[in-house]
Design a protein around this ligand. Structure first.
Ligand SMILES: [Mg+2]
Length: 171
């Protein structure tokens, strides 16, 4: 069971390899999109070109897009807001202690998108925060290769993820 909640539908892909048109054809109606190391490099307050292309194609395909980010501190929420404004999408900032993988921010994102869990796909770079958090609510997931440098906390989380993967026999 734990192994299933740590398995993404697509694993370690680049953002450019994701087809929003294909997701829409599969019946998805919304994308929930992680921010740090997925659509923006750490400390940058703008999305990457790849993220702009993905969100543009998603909108053309009729998909709602909601950014979902663990921000912990209020000051960091302004950065997420700037990225959301740049992409012209809604966003959810998750504050401690209700941060991903806690269910509350995912439910807020689904509510903003106006879809059920089965109609959404979560795209993010972290196995526990993004994949585990979404999958246990019934949201399908795409795990992407992280971009840019990591926050020190992300290194600790990545080490925990590697331990989980070894224990569960994932590569
Ligand atoms: Mg991330």
């Amino acid at each position: 069971m734990l192994g299933q909640t740590l398995s993404a539908q697509q694993d370690r892909v680049a953002l450019d390899e994701i087809s929003p048109e294909g997701l829409a054809e599969q019946g998805y109606r919304a994308i929930i999109l992680d921010v740090d190391n997925t659509v923006s490099c750490l400390k940058k307050d703008h999305p990457t070109d790849e993220a702009v292309r993905l969100v543009g194609k998603a909108k053309e395909s009729g998909l709602k897009v909601v950014l979902l980010s663990n921000v912990v501190f209020t000051a960091r929420s302004e950065r997420v807001q700037r990225i959301a404004i740049h992409l012209e999408v809604d966003h959810v900032c998750a504050f401690w202690p209700r941060v991903k993988p806690h269910h509350e921010p995912f439910l807020q994102a689904l509510d903003l998108a106006g879809v059920d869990a089965a109609e959404a796909v979560m795209i993010g770079d972290q196995l526990i925060a993004d994949v585990f958090g979404a999958t246990r609510l019934g949201i399908d997931t795409i795990l992407v290769e992280p971009i840019g440098e990591w926050h020190p906390v992300a290194w600790i989380i990545a080490a925990l993820e590697r331990c989980c993967c070894r224990t569960l026999g994932r590569s």
